[in-house]
Design a protein around this ligand. Structure first.
Ligand code: CDP
Ligand code: CDP
Length: 222
């Protein structure tokens, strides 16, 4: 079999725009390591809240971050980040983390702590013989992998996204998170120049995935 080049796919977008669902399907279809970087920010937020470190207390943030050790465990095709050897619990999807995560994620210190770890997942994917990696978040195509083979940005009307999240249950202030994520100075949520912009407001998940998969398959067969 001919050697297949390693591919990186970046998927960014606001809350409930369809990043996780589409990236998991693409990971299965193209044998990619799936990386949900939102879960990393959620896990760190949970940990800092547990330690009682306020996001405004930068010396305490720096001291706490210096002690956090990130390692990786595979959960099927998904990369799970462990902190101090521990996986994240269901609490990282709860209301408390929903309310605080954007404040911690806006800190350059927190983003810097994750930068090398996120890029290093290429090595993990290669070591486990994945054909590539699909990473979803807010700054993947702009900052983490600006030269990724494919960079997608998912848009959807805020009202439609709120409906999607409500259907999943739980309490989430997605408009407020989007506002903070888009207006922060460090790696704001934005569609990077050259990324493929998909408006999924009127599309089903299947239609979004087919659009992405068609573009990927088209280029891979060249
Ligand atoms: O699932 P949902 O899109 O609602 O959020 P998420 O992807 O789990 O991300 C949670 C939060 O982490 C976001 O609202 C951002 O504040 C932050 N985040 C970030 O700043 N950069 C990333 N690459 C991923 C997430
Ligand atoms: O990862 P992110 O927060 O961007 O969104 P998600 O968790 O993939 O999607 C949020 C919800 O919207 C899920 O229940 C998806 O099935 C649903 N969805 C949809 O109804 N239509 C789409 N075009 C994309 C996602």
């Amino acid at each position: 079999m001919a050697h297949q080049p390693f591919i990186i796919i970046a998927i960014d977008g606001g809350a409930a725009s369809g990043k996780s669902s589409s990236s998991k399907i693409l990971a299965d279809r193209f044998n990619l390591l799936h990386v949900d970087t939102g879960s990393f920010y959620r896990h760190i937020t949970y940990e800092l809240l547990r330690l009682g470190v306020a996001h405004a207390d930068l010396p305490a943030i720096n001291a706490a971050l210096a002690k956090l050790q990130f390692t990786t465990r595979l959960n099927g095709r998904s990369a799970q980040m462990l902190i101090g050897g521990q996986p994240a619990g269901v609490e990282i999807r709860g209301q408390n983390v929903n309310e605080h995560v954007s404040h911690y994620a806006a800190l350059p210190e927190v983003r810097h702590a994750l930068l090398g770890y996120q890029r290093g997942l290429v090595d993990v994917a290669q070591a486990h013989a994945f054909r590539g990696l699909v990473m979803e978040g807010r700054d993947i195509g702009s900052v983490i992998f600006p030269h990724a083979e494919f960079r997608f940005f998912l848009h959807a009307d805020p009202a439609e996204r709120a409906k999607r999240r409500a259907r999943e249950g739980g309490q989430d202030s997605i408009a407020e998170r989007d506002r903070i994520d888009s207006s922060r100075k460090a790696s704001p949520l934005t569609c990077p120049v050259g990324a493929i912009d998909i408006d999924s407001t009127l599309l089903t998940l299947d239609q979004v995935v087919e659009k992405m998969a068609g573009l990927i398959a088209g280029q891979l067969s060249v």
